[in-house]
Each structure stands twice: as C-alpha cells, then as structure tokens.
Write a protein that binds this ligand. Structure first.
Ligand code: CAA
Length: 383
C-alpha cells in the first residue's frame, strides 16, 4: 500500500496551492461580502487550466487522474468554497459526465470549450418538489417528431446564471419513476428558457451563483440526449459520484483551513499569562481536529483512487462525502469557538468557513442521503 502521491500529483497539488493562495484566498472575504465572483477570476481559472484539467488532452485538458483532481479541489477548498464549488460543478458534474455519456459529436462540440472555460457548465436536477427524491421530478419532456418539448422548473442551480451549457433532467412520465428520466445536453440560449438569481441571501457560498430555471415549451433536438431515453437517472447518479468526490475534497480543504487558522491562533493568542495553545483543553480541540482531517484525507484519496481503477465507487465516495463534510462542520464550529469573539466576526476567515461548510453537508446529496446510499449498498436488495 502506497500513501504517497506521485510526483505529478504533488506537482498539480503545489500549483493548485500556489494559485489558490495568491489568486483566490486574498479575495475570498471581498467576494463573500459582495456576494459575487468576478468573471475575470473565472476566465483566469480557465486560462490556467483549472477548469479542464481532468479532461483528456485530446479535448484540451491535462488528463489528470481523479486523485490529482481531488488534490486540486482540496487546495481550492482551503482558499474558498464558492470558487471550489464552481469548479466542481463545471468539471466533475458536467465535463466528466459528458466524457462518460456523450456521443463523439457532443464531446467534440462541448468539451474543448468547457476545458478552456470559454463555456461554463451547470447541472439542472433539483426542483421545488424534488430535492432528495430526485426521481420524483416534475419537469416533463414530451416527444414530438424529432424533438422533445420541456416544461418545468429547476432551483438551486450552481453556476446557473452564467452557464453557457446545462445538463437538464426531465421525465417522459412520472409514473415511470426513475426509468422515465432523460438527460439533455443543451446550450442556454434556447427559446423557452428563462433564468434568474435565487431569491434570498444564502447562509454561505455567497460568492456562488445560484439560479432558478424555468422551461416553457423549450424545444430540444433528440441529438441533445445525453445517454439513451430513460437512462437519465443513471446519468445523474453517476455524475454525482464524481461531484460528491469533489465536495468531499473541498470539505477536506475547509477542515484543513480551520486547523491551520486554529493552530496559528493557539500559538499567538495569550490569556492567563500563556499561549492558549498551552492549555490542555485547547490542545484537545486541535488534536481532535487533526485526527478528523487525517481521516477525511484518507477517505477522500481512497475514493478518488478507486474511481481511477475504473470501479464504481459509489459507497466509498458517499462515505468520504459524509465523513469529510461532518468532520469539517465540527472543525469549523470548534475553530470559531477557539477564536472567541474574533471568530464571530468576518475579521477572521473561520466565520466564513463556518457558514460555507453547511452548504457542503446539503448539496449534491445531504448527509442523510449519503447514509441511505451507504446503508443500502451494505445491506443490499432483498432477494
Ligand atoms: N451510478 C449509476 N447508476 C446508479 C447509481 C450510480 N451511482 N445510483 C443509483 N443508480 C441506479 C440504480 O442502480 C437503479 O437502477 P436500476 O433500476 O437499473 O436498478 C436506479 O439508478 C435507481 O436507483 P435507486 O432505486 O437507488 O433510486 P432512488 O429513487 O431510491 O434514489 C437516492 C436514490 C440515492 C436517494 C437518489 O435519489 C439521490 O442521490 N438523491 C439525492 C439527489 C442529490 O444529490 N441532489 C443534489 C443535486 S445537485 C446540487 O446539489 C445542486 C448543484 O447545482 C450542484
């Protein structure tokens, strides 16, 4: 068993760390306060290859394996969850999904533009009445001659307002349950499609773009099908295997950031005539956080490595997402407490980590859903 990343994986991690430390972390507080991510930063991510590294070279990517991708997300997650979230939706939920399910023509049209960040991708699954129970979606896809006609709504679509490309899921008939669902790969300039910013202010991920979509008789050619008719639910779930790995790696980055900030503070803050890090109660917090970070790291890298072996690693990916997001939630809560009054203000970044991490426990399948996925896989179907 080898626990060391390869030279090339380490190089990717180091480059990601350098870029995230210099081009993302210094602007994270301002982006959070303004509630938006500058398009220049998104273009810069694209120009430096951070939006397409996981795609094969023939489509303009770098041919990274999933371990490299997880290392990259970990580093961006340490700097800013909104930026890491944009990357994960674009690269894992959309680009890797097209790579797996797309026709040669779809790959040729969409992947090079996505790899360079010329086009941004989004993944439209969630609806007002179909969140955790994704198969109960109400958006309809009615077949008419050489087209499908889509009607319905989607919510909480990350990157939705800036996306040029969307993977949209819709059902031919709700009575068919998951077997009725189709996936469509579409450009976002089609007639009958409207979008707007989600209402209300989010708890965290405030620099992310979250959209509400409406489809009113949106006509989609049959050539836009991603996968076969009725295979859409499998397309959605297999994309989430990649996306959830990205969320788990991002959560690991948040937990590492909480640990780094807490160690710095414990070394410098003095009370009762000594560094607070010399009190055993504070040492216990730091030790528990370090153990959680290590355990998350092992689970995230294992899931990534299993995906690289070409195995379906749904259970291990859900275990990684469940553990890493819950561990980062604990770490963020303890980090705020350890910083005392300072942690309660955005003068220190732990306040943002605490708000952001809640999102990672919810999106791409809540912790409850991850437990369902894990337990069902362990117990198996009744024979
Ligand atoms: N890969 C391939 N196929 C899969 C799969 C996977 N990972 N997981 C399940 N399937 C297949 C099953 O094998 C089954 O196929 P058969 O009919 O051939 O047996 C089929 O899909 C149906 O599976 P289930 O019976 O398990 O389906 P279910 O309706 O009971 O749902 C669930 C299971 C795990 C609860 C699923 O609905 C789920 O993951 N829900 C959470 C949805 C979610 O994560 N939403 C977040 C959306 S993205 C987002 O957050 C916003 C954003 O912008 C990023």
């Amino acid at each position: 068993m080898n626990f060391s990343p390869t030279d090339s994986q380490q190089k990717i991690q180091q480059c990601a760390r350098d870029f995230a430390n210099t081009r993302v972390a210094p602007f994270a507080r301002a982006m959070d306060e303004r509630g938006e991510m500058p398009m220049e930063l998104i273009h810069e991510l694209g120009a430096h290859g951070w939006l397409g590294g996981a795609l094969p070279k023939e489509y303009g990517g770098e041919g990274w394996d999933n371990v490299s991708l997880a290392l990259c997300y970990e580093e961006f997650g340490r700097a800013d969850s909104s930026v890491r979230g944009l990357m994960t939706v674009h690269m894992s939920l959309v680009a890797q999904c097209i790579l797996k399910w797309g026709t040669d023509e779809q790959k040729k049209i969409f992947l090079p533009k996505l790899a360079r960040g010329e086009w941004i991708g989004c993944y439209a699954l969630t609806e007002p009445n179909a969140g955790s129970d994704a198969a109960s979606m109400e958006t309809t896809a009615d077949e008419y001659e050489n087209e499908f006609i889509l009607n319905g709504e989607k919510i909480w679509i990350t990157n939705g307002n800036i996306a040029d490309v969307a993977i949209v899921f819709a059902t031919r008939a709700q009575s068919l349950k998951h077997k009725g669902i189709c996936a469509f790969l579409v450009e976002t300039n089609l007639k009958g499609f409207t979008r707007e910013k989600m209402r209300g202010q989010e708890l965290g991920h405030r620099a992310s773009d979250h959209a509400y979509f409406r489809f009113e008789n949106m006509r989609v050619s049959k050539s836009a099908l991603l996968g076969n008719v009725g295979e859409g639910f499998k397309v959605a779930m297999s994309a989430l295997d990649h996306g959830r790995l990205g969320v788990a790696a991002g959560a690991l980055g948040v937990a590492q950031a909480c640990l780094d900030a807490s160690v710095d503070f414990a070394r410098t803050r003095r009370q009762f005539g000594q560094r607070i890090g010399d009190f055993e109660m504070i040492q216990s917090v730091i030790a528990n956080m370090a153990a959680d970070v290590d355990a998350s790291r092992m689970l995230v890298y294992r899931a990534a490595w299993l995906q690289d072996q070409g195995q379906r690693a749904t259970r291990e990916t859900s275990i990684a997402k469940l553990f890493a997001t819950e561990a980062a939630m604990r770490a963020a809560s303890e980090a705020v407490l350890l910083h005392g009054g300072r942690g309660y203000s955005n003068e220190y970044p732990v306040e943002r980590y605490y708000r952001d991490i809640k999102g990672l426990q919810i999106y791409e399948g809540t912790s409850h859903i991850q437990r369902i996925v894990i337990a069902r896989d362990i117990i198996g179907k009744e024979s």
